[in-house]
Design a binder for this molecule. Sequence first.
Ligand SMILES: CC(C)(COP(=O)(O)OP(=O)(O)OC[C@H]1O[C@@H](n2cnc3c(N)ncnc32)[C@H](O)[C@@H]1OP(=O)(O)O)[C@@H](O)C(=O)NCCC(=O)NCCS
Length: 157
Amino acid sequence: MIRPTTPAETDALVALTDATGMFKSIEVVALREVLDDFHATNHADDHHAITLEENGDIRGFAYYAPAEMTDRTWQLWWIVVRKDQQGQGVGGKLLRFVEDDLRTKRNARVLFIETGSLPHYELTREFYRKHCYEQHALLQDFYAAGDSMVVFRKALG
Ligand SMILES: CC(C)(COP(=O)(O)OP(=O)(O)OC[C@H]1O[C@@H](n2cnc3c(N)ncnc32)[C@H](O)[C@@H]1OP(=O)(O)O)[C@@H](O)C(=O)NCCC(=O)NCCS
């Protein structure tokens, strides 16, 4: 079941994100701030956080929001699947839910996703390619020397 994320599960979502081993500690801290801000105010600005759970067991989540000062451009801020659940279709369900929601309810035009260029993100980049995202840009050394930003894009019209 995919449903709106609740404030009570912030600790669980931050912990499962940390436990993937994919994110820097500063990013994990930022996630808590993003979720706190979401529940406090940003949900009113058309930000969305969704959780996939089965029988009360949280498997993953996604967070997406419109890009400010654009015409119906959206960004996927986060998508994370619990480590022991990866590679079993959970991320695909979350991403399809996001795309369907953006197409059918929000008249979105395009969705951008940012990720890292380092080797441990190769499976993640492959995940986006399999969902028909085009690798649109590479911002050389964006995060750090040798750690670039890879931007994926998909038209939703
Ligand atoms: C990237 C991620 C969201 C994909 O979700 P998922 O549930 O593992 O992916 P799915 O099962 O829906 O799709 C599997 C496909 O995605 C790719 N993939 C990405 N990460 C994978 C992983 N950890 N294990 C297996 N396949 C993975 C493979 O290409 C795979 O294709 P295959 O089944 O033909 O081998 C998830 O693995 C994850 O949370 N990774 C760590 C955090 C992360 O990178 N988040 C995105 C930050 S930008």
